[in-house]
Each structure stands twice: as structure tokens, then as C-alpha cells.
Design a protein around this ligand. Structure first.
Ligand code: PEP
Ligand code: MG
Length: 607
């Protein structure tokens, strides 16, 4: 019996899943390659022929339309495109590649496109390449698009659950199919703190990236075992591998069930110190995915996703209704609404921001809201109106100076007065907080706290800016290290300053989702963490098993380390302590037994 091959990557989201793989395409000119078993070669050929027929038909339509509107001369280019597609030599080349290399249709088309482009570049250099190559290649690019589109349509018709595989982890890949159809996501590249990763975690399926050449080892429909805890993907499991894996899934489920039993209890340390555990959500839908009465409120409502799901900017009324629904669903628990945070990797299809050399350092977050104040005004009006229906807090992303906060306050106060004048009800006190994501906000935290009612540390961005490492760039992903002592020093500084100012401080970046890190944050003096809902039960359990004195000791030890390895050692020791405590207190019934792998493996294995 052939052995299962296990490839090791980087853990993005925990969990175990087994199922057939489906390779998805999310970007043009990046058609992924996977191998096709002999018996599926005819299927790939017929997919190719169908895509060519579809493209040919569409080109013919366009030709007719342009001929009617502008005349035959202008329409002649489409005739040329049709000719290109009908070229028997090109078709034969693609068919031969599928047969001989046993690869998927889109990869074979991409091969041909690449070959034509490079031979043209060789013949006449860039001059020829620019104009001619587009004409030659365009119809075949449309075939690629057709293959990818029909693939999605076909998949949507089915109901089988699949493991999504793709070249790069992007929000499009994670949302390729509806949530209930996805067992796990595995990708060749992708940042652990990119938006695709954030989405995968909030959807709650296991996700592993950093698997070079994965796609060429896959066949569509091949069974794989995804271990999001240990960051591995098992290919072609034998029946005994499947049995072992299924048994692990059962054990994990039992453990989660046990944790869930107590997830409704508050996170209070053994010596009586309460720690608020809140959730990060992207939409009202997210509230259906977990028992919301298990959390102490929404610590981060990423409103930009509500903007992304629409064909145009949502109106004040639309936003008001959405925010009101979240508040009503939370039944009196606070909801922290972050104002629009677009730019960089988060783009709205209907609001094109200019191309920038350094988008992470460019026009994004609050900078856009302050320049396009109409956007901010509408969003604040909607939020303020919703505040009449529950405890709403407003949070500002990407703050880098006190002036920015003062400017928002002016708009905010103006909006409040205007709404009241217009007869709208607005809560008497809507706190306005600041996200600490930029180094200047760490160093100027005392000044910011004079204006801000609370602060929330966005470590996903703070790590990127403190360490000068792009959170979305797989080339430098190894260097993106939340355990760098500078990050812990920044966190401790913010917690101290907030305590001194008598204001609440929270951490809403992804690193707070690790329960040992959450204990360190509690020990530093943070009043809460805000994490993806799936992480809540574990964090609450860990807090209830720890004293505040112990948490302070974890924080002190972590902050006194001079290397990231040292910080990881402290956190690993905190996990081990809980593990041992469990074993001795509960006769071997250990809730933490299988959960301790992911965070440390990320660093040890590199990306
Ligand atoms: C962060 O930067 O840590 C954060 C929570 O915001 P986002 O991930 O949406 O940029
Ligand atoms: Mg951020």
C-alpha cells in the first residue's frame, strides 16, 4: 500500500479536515497546475473544447455588435481573434500538453500563452511583444477565464464539501464557495496575517500555507488530510491513515465540546480578576456562527467588509440598519465599530484608489476617511443613530497623530449636534477609541489617551510597521514575528499608559487569539482581548485556570526576554503549566492536549 506523503507548511488557522481537494483559480496569469490521472484526461480535453466554443461564441457576438454599431472595419479585430482560436496548431499544442504532461486544461493553455510570449520577445523584443502579443494572446486568455468561470459554476451546482487549494491565500480564494462547502484551505503562498488569513480564521476552517509546489502534486478530487494545528497536509492517505485521522478528528471534537460546556462562564482568574473576552467580526452573518452570549461584546467590527459586499457605497440608512442589527443581536453587550479601513490589500470594487509604490505606507484607513470626509460623515451619522439601540463604541484605524483624532472629534461632534437638531435620538455617550497600529501611536500613547476614550492594539499592522515587514509579502513572511521583543515592549508600554490614564486597553490583532499570549496580555494589564470567535472557549478556559499573579509573572518573563525565541519559550512554558495542571486536576482529562502546536510551529518551521 502506498504511503501517505505529508508536506509541512505554515499554520494559518487551526483544526483538522479530510476530504477531496478542489483547486481554484483566483487570478489571471496565475493558472495553477495540477496533475490529472489518466482516466481524467478526456474530461480535461472536453473542458478545453467547451471553453473554446464558449469563447468563440462570445467573440462572434462581440464582432456582430461592433459591426452594427461602428462598422465592419472596427469589428475586424474580432475576426482575427476567432482565427487565432481556430488555429489547429495551437489547439493541438494545448491538447498534446494535457495528454503528455497529464495536467489540467488551464495550465496547458497557460503554457502555450507563455511560450508564445517568450518566443515573440525573442524575435522582436518588447516592441513586438507589446502590440502583437496582446492580439495573439487575448483570445486564449479569454479561454482561461472561461475555464475558471465554468469551474466555479460547476462547483456551485454540487453539494460536496471540499478542501480548497490555491496558489495564493486571498479573500477571493477563501470565499470561492459558500462557507458550509469548505472543509479547509491550503495554499502554496500567503501571509499568516493577510486578509485571506484573517477571513479563514473567522470562518473557522483549518488553513495551511507555505506549501511550495503543492498544486503540481495534487489531482482534482484527490483526498487530503489537513492538519491546521501541526501545519501539515497529507496527500493520498491510505485507509489506515484515514482511520487514524478520523479518530483524531473525533478526539478534537470531544475536546471542543468539553471546552464549549464552560464557554458561557466568564473569564475570571482563580484570584478573582475579570478579563473581558470579545470577538472580531466582519458582518452580521458572523453572529450566527457562535453563541454570542459567550462573549463580552464585539471588540472589533471590521465595517469595510460590509462595504466590500455591495456594488456601491452603502447609504446612511443601510449602514444604520446594519449597525443597529449587530447591536440588537448583542443584547446589551458593547459593540466596537471600526470606521472604514480600506486601502492597501482591502479595496472596494467601486472605489479605485490610485496605484502606489508603497500602499501599506500610503492612502489607507483613517487617512482616506479624513480626506473624503463625506464618507466619514455618513458612517458616523449611521453609527450615532444606531447608538440609540445599544452600547456602541467607535474605533479609528491607522491613527498616527493626535491631530487626526481631534479632526475626527470635530466631525463627530458636528454629526451629533446635527442629528439631534434633526430630531434623531443619539446615545448620551459614545466612546471614541484609537487603534494602536503605527509606531508613532505607541510613542505618543500618553497624548493620544488625552483625546481617546479607549485604545485597541491592532498587532497585525503594528508588527508590520514596527519590524518593517509587509504582512502580505510571502518573501518576508519569515521575518514577520509577533514574538519579537520589540512587539512585547510596545504592548506593555501601551497597557501601562492606559492604566495610568484610567482608560481601557484591548488587543484585537490575531496574536491575541493564542491563549498563552492572551494570558501575557492579561498580566501586562490589558483589560480585554478581541479574537475570532473560535478562539474564545480556549482563552476563557485558560484564564479561569490561572491566577492574576501567575499571568503577571508570564507577562514579566515574556517582556524581559531579549529574543523572540526567548518569548516563545515563556509562552510554551505557560502552555505546559496549564497542560500539567489539567493532567493532575482532572485525572488525565486534558482540554489542552492537542491544541498547543500551532503557534510555536509557525516560528520553528519558518515559511
Ligand atoms: C490589526 O491590524 O491588528 C487589525 C486588527 O486590523 P486589520 O487586521 O483589519 O488590519
Ligand atoms: Mg489593521
Amino acid at each position: 500500500m502506498a504511503q501517505m506523503r505529508t508536506v509541512k507548511g505554515v499554520a494559518v488557522a487551526p483544526g483538522l479536515a479530510i476530504g477531496p481537494v478542489h483547486v481554484v483559480h483566483a487570478a489571471r496569469d496565475a493558472a495553477p497546475t495540477w496533475s490529472v490521472p489518466e482516466e481524467d484526461v478526456p474530461r480535461e480535453l472536453s473542458r478545453l473544447h467547451a471553453a473554446i466554443r464558449e469563447t468563440s461564441g462570445a467573440i462572434e457576438q462581440q464582432q456582430k455588435l461592433v459591426a452594427q454599431q461602428l462598422g465592419e472595419r472596427d469589428a475586424s479585430i474580432f475576426g482575427l481573434h476567432k482565427l487565432m482560436l481556430g488555429d489547429p496548431v495551437a489547439l493541438k499544442e494545448v491538447e498534446t500538453t494535457i495528454r503528455e504532461q497529464r495536467i489540467n486544461a488551464e495550465a496547458a493553455v497557460q503554457h502555450m500563452v507563455d511560450r508564445v510570449l517568450s518566443s515573440l520577445a525573442g524575435d522582436g523584443g518588447d516592441r513586438v511583444r507589446g502590440s502583437w502579443s496582446q492580439e495573439l494572446i487575448d483570445p486564449w486568455r479569454r479561454v482561461l477565464d472561461a475555464l475558471m468561470r465554468t469551474d466555479k459554476i460547476e462547483m456551485e451546482k454540487e453539494s460536496e464539501q471540499v478542501v480548497i487549494a490555491a496558489a495564493e491565500l486571498t479573500p477571493q480564494v477563501v470565499t470561492f464557495l459558500e462557507r458550509s462547502r469548505v472543509l479547509a484551505v491550503v495554499c502554496e503562498t500567503g501571509g499568516r496575517y493577510s486578509h485571506g488569513a484573517v477571513l479563514a480564521r473567522s470562518f473557522g476552517f483549518p488553513c495551511v500555507v507555505g506549501l511550495p509546489n503543492l498544486l503540481s502534486r495534487l489531482e482534482q478530487g484527490m483526498r487530503v488530510c489537513v492538519d491546521g494545528d501541526a501545519a501539515t497536509v497529507g496527500l493520498r492517505p491510505a485507509s489506515e491513515d484515514v482511520d487514524r485521522f478520523l479518530a483524531r478528528i473525533e478526539r478534537r471534537k470531544a475536546r471542543q465540546k468539553k471546552l464549549a460546556l464552560h464557554a458561557g462562564e466568564p473569564a475570571v482568574t482563580t484570584d478573582g480578576h475579570a478579563f473581558a473576552t470579545q470577538v472580531n467580526i466582519e458582518s452580521v452573518r458572523d453572529l450566527d456562527a457562535f453563541p454570542f452570549n459567550h462573549c463580552d461584546g464585539v471588540g472589533l467590527l471590521r465595517t469595510e467588509f460590509m462595504y466590500m459586499e455591495r456594488p456601491q457605497f452603502p447609504s446612511e440608512e443601510e449602514q444604520y440598519r446594519l449597525y443597529r442589527r449587530v447591536l440588537e443581536r448583542m443584547g446589551g453587550r458593547p459593540v466596537t465599530l471600526r470606521t472604514l479601513d480600506i486601502g492597501n490589500d482591502k479595496q472596494l470594487p467601486y472605489f479605485k484608489t490610485p496605484k502606489e509604490a508603497n500602499p501599506a505606507l500610503g492612502w489607507r484607513g483613517l487617512r482616506i476617511s479624513l480626506e473624503w470626509q463625506d464618507l466619514l460623515r455618513v458612517q458616523l451619522r449611521a453609527a450615532l443613530r444606531a447608538s440609540a439601540h445599544g452600547p456602541l463604541r467607535v474605533l479609528l484605524p491607522m491613527v498616527s497623530s493626535l491631530e487626526e483624532v481631534q479632526e475626527v472629534h470635530r466631525v463627530f461632534n458636528g454629526g451629533t449636534k446635527q442629528l439631534r437638531d434633526q430630531g434623531f435620538e443619539v446615545a448620551a455617550d459614545v466612546p471614541v477609541g484609537v487603534m494602536v497600529e503605527v509606531p508613532s501611536a505607541v510613542f505618543a500613547i500618553e497624548q493620544l489617551l488625552l483625546e481617546a476614550d479607549f485604545v485597541s492594539v491592532g498587532t497585525n499592522d503594528l508588527v508590520q510597521y514596527l519590524l518593517a515587514v509587509d504582512r502580505d509579502n510571502p518573501r518576508v513572511a519569515r521575518l514577520y514575528d509577533p514574538h519579537n521583543p520589540a512587539v512585547f515592549a510596545a504592548l506593555a508600554h501601551v497597557a501601562r499608559a492606559a492604566r495610568a490614564a484610567g482608560k481601557q486597553a484591548s488587543v484585537c490583532g490575531e496574536m491575541a487569539g493564542d491563549y498563552a499570549t492572551a494570558l501575557a496580555l492579561l498580566g501586562m494589564g490589558f483589560h480585554s482581548v478581541s479574537v475570532v470567535p473560535t478562539m474564545l472557549p480556549e482563552i476563557k478556559y485558560a484564564v479561569r485556570e490561572t491566577s492574576f499573579v501567575e499571568a503577571k509573572e508570564i507577562a514579566r518573563a515574556a517582556c524581559s526576554q531579549s529574543t523572540a525565541e526567548g518569548v516563545r519559550g515563556v509562552l510554551a512554558a505557560a502552555r505546559e503549566r496549564l497542560h500539567q495542571k489539567q493532567l493532575s486536576d482532572r485525572n488525565g482529562d486534558d482540554a489542552f492536549a492537542e491544541s498547543d502546536v500551532a503557534t510555536d510551529d509557525i516560528r520553528r518551521e519558518g515559511r
